[in-house]
Ligand binder design. Sequence first.
Ligand SMILES: Cc1cc2nc3c(=O)[nH]c(=O)nc-3n(C[C@H](O)[C@H](O)[C@H](O)COP(=O)(O)OP(=O)(O)OC[C@H]3O[C@@H](n4cnc5c(N)ncnc54)[C@H](O)[C@@H]3O)c2cc1C
Length: 383
Amino acid sequence: MDLELKEEHKLLSNMVRDFAEAEIAPIAAKIDEEEEFPVEIHKKLAELGLNAITIPEEYGGSGMDTVAFALAIMELARVSASIAVTQSVTNMVAEGIYRFGNEEQKRKYLPKIASGEYIAASFALTEPWAGSDAGSIRTTATKEGDYYVINGSKIFITSGAYAGVMMVAVVTDKTKGKHGISVLLVEKDTPGVIIGKEEKKMGQRGSNTVEIAFDNCKVPLENLLGNEGDGFKIMLADLDGGRIGIGALACGVMRACLEEMVKYSKGRVQFGQPIANFQAIQWMIADTATELEAAEMMVLKAAYLKDLFLQGKGGRFTKEASMAKLFATEAANRAAYRAVQVHGGYGYSREFPVERFYRDIRVTTIYEGTSEIQRIVIARHLM
Ligand SMILES: Cc1cc2nc3c(=O)[nH]c(=O)nc-3n(C[C@H](O)[C@H](O)[C@H](O)COP(=O)(O)OP(=O)(O)OC[C@H]3O[C@@H](n4cnc5c(N)ncnc54)[C@H](O)[C@@H]3O)c2cc1C
């Protein structure tokens, strides 16, 4: 593994950072405050090639690797975790279609996601009774003639109200447990798709999270992704890549925390000197910088291993993706805690961005598999 980033990675990172600082930073607090999904920004991100980063150019994608994807998400999250999570999930769905779809599905959906015609895409697995235990979903899809008819409901679906297409996990054979789960591609505006209430969230409030009900929703048989019964495996395999995205998001927020801690501590004077002079403050900054370095290395290593796997040159990267997500998200929560602490009372005020970082980072140890579930995945691979 080469620890030096390639030139193309540095260029991409710089391009995303410039865009994020120029166009996202000025609205990051506003979209949080007003719980607004910034459609125009997502269109621009698609134009920059950030909806389908790892998808080959022949399908409209940017043809880059997972390391590039991780770096882009880090840069977006440094400014807005809301925007970063939306992009991460859209890329994850594009990749699910690319890896498990047939040629017709790839030609039909990937260019639309990549171009921004679909500004987002959704991954619909969670149900009211099936969170960590995703194998216990109850949404059904019954074959009727040339269609599957879907009935059931999903909750907490990122970008659900804005997604052009979603990967929906359904039960096609109730007698087979997890092996009776399949994935259907469901397009926006299909009759019977009912977008329900938007979650009022603690953080990442510029992202869209909704309930979705399926009421006799008819989807053509050709929208089956992969084979019937492979759905659970497909969703979990796609989540391995998604977890690299969430790890990267955590790194971005952690970097923002670090930068704010350094800046504030140099300017804030107490006892006649900048608080940066106090060892207690320095230790918080040093611990954050050290954990950030470790988290970035773990996320980029998992990304690198995923690229090797996809090229047929390496084994599965599930354990490393879980480790990266677990470590980066837990460390980022510690970083946000310290960032607020360094700001004292001002850290608790919405005038300073660390208050938003503190709320934004909380969910990262929960979605795409809680920290407890990551530990189960890691332990399973070790024993
Ligand atoms: C903002 C947001 C966006 C989301 N986006 C999506 C999305 O786009 N698509 C989607 O499908 N889902 C999405 N989710 C759902 C998310 O993936 C689930 O919330 C998550 O998987 C946890 O499930 P749960 O909330 O049902 O918690 P539960 O599974 O009920 O867990 C509750 C607690 O029990 C623990 N626990 C559960 N089982 C075990 C076990 N075996 N051992 C030890 N501890 C255990 C958990 O770790 C947790 O601490 C989103 C959630 C949020 C909050």
